[in-house]
Design a protein around this ligand. Structure first.
Ligand SMILES: [Zn+2]
Length: 203
């Protein structure tokens, strides 16, 4: 048997600490791999899979009997190395018409909707003061003021001047506006003020 990675004879089992969890494997066979051993390998694997309910570990040892590699394998729909389970495969897993088989990026349509920076910033010579973000500039007046304030807070956060043309601003700022700040938090003055007035209204 193999306990916590070490091989032991069944005649002389080691004392185990009952308070600890142990990994106990049954050793089914040990052989020198060669084409002549094919049948024996198949038989041993079959027995191991049966005993291990579909889970078997293959150990490679060098001449000194040191384990140099360990392959966990399974004949179930399960990857023992990662724990990844998958269902019994059928036609629908290979069909783009089925949510199960469809490409996860496009949902099987073959096209993907992505933001286009050139459409978002139609005129990159506009400065931040002139609102270079097209959809924000075309927004109704109240919202346009709100977006302007967002842009001002972003500029303040990044330390870039409002009177500089979009095209002359660093790529990191472009990324901040177009894709967000990821895990970095940005303080927005107006959202705070609006939330406060909303709260007042509710009270
Ligand atoms: Zn696709």
């Amino acid at each position: 048997m193999r306990i916590d990675g070490a091989l032991h004879s069944l005649d002389q089992p080691p004392r185990l600490d009952p308070k600890k969890a142990h990994n106990i494997d049954v050793v089914i066979d040990r052989l020198k791999a060669s084409p002549e051993q094919r049948g024996r390998v198949a038989e041993s694997l079959e027995l191991a899979l049966k005993l291990g309910s579909g889970l078997v570990r293959l150990l490679w040892q060098d001449a000194t009997e040191k384990t140099v590699a360990e392959w966990p394998m399974s004949n179930q729909n399960f990857d023992p190395a990662t724990g990844y389970h998958f269902p019994i495969l059928g036609a629908r897993h290979f069909s783009f018409n089925s949510p199960l088989g469809a490409c996860s990026l496009c949902g099987g349509t073959g096209t993907q909707l992505l933001p286009d920076a050139e459409l978002a910033i139609p005129d990159p010579t506009r400065s931040l003061e002139d609102q270079p973000v097209g959809p924000w500039r075309r927004a109704p007046k109240r919202m346009a003021g709100h977006y302007k304030s967002l842009l001002r807070d972003l500029a303040k956060h990044a330390g870039v001047p409002m009177n500089r043309a979009w095209k002359d601003l660093p790529g990191s700022f472009h990324h901040l506006v177009l894709h967000g700040s990821a895990d970095q938090s940005v303080t927005f003055s107006q959202i705070k003020a609006e939330r406060l007035s909303e709260n007042k209204k509710n009270f």
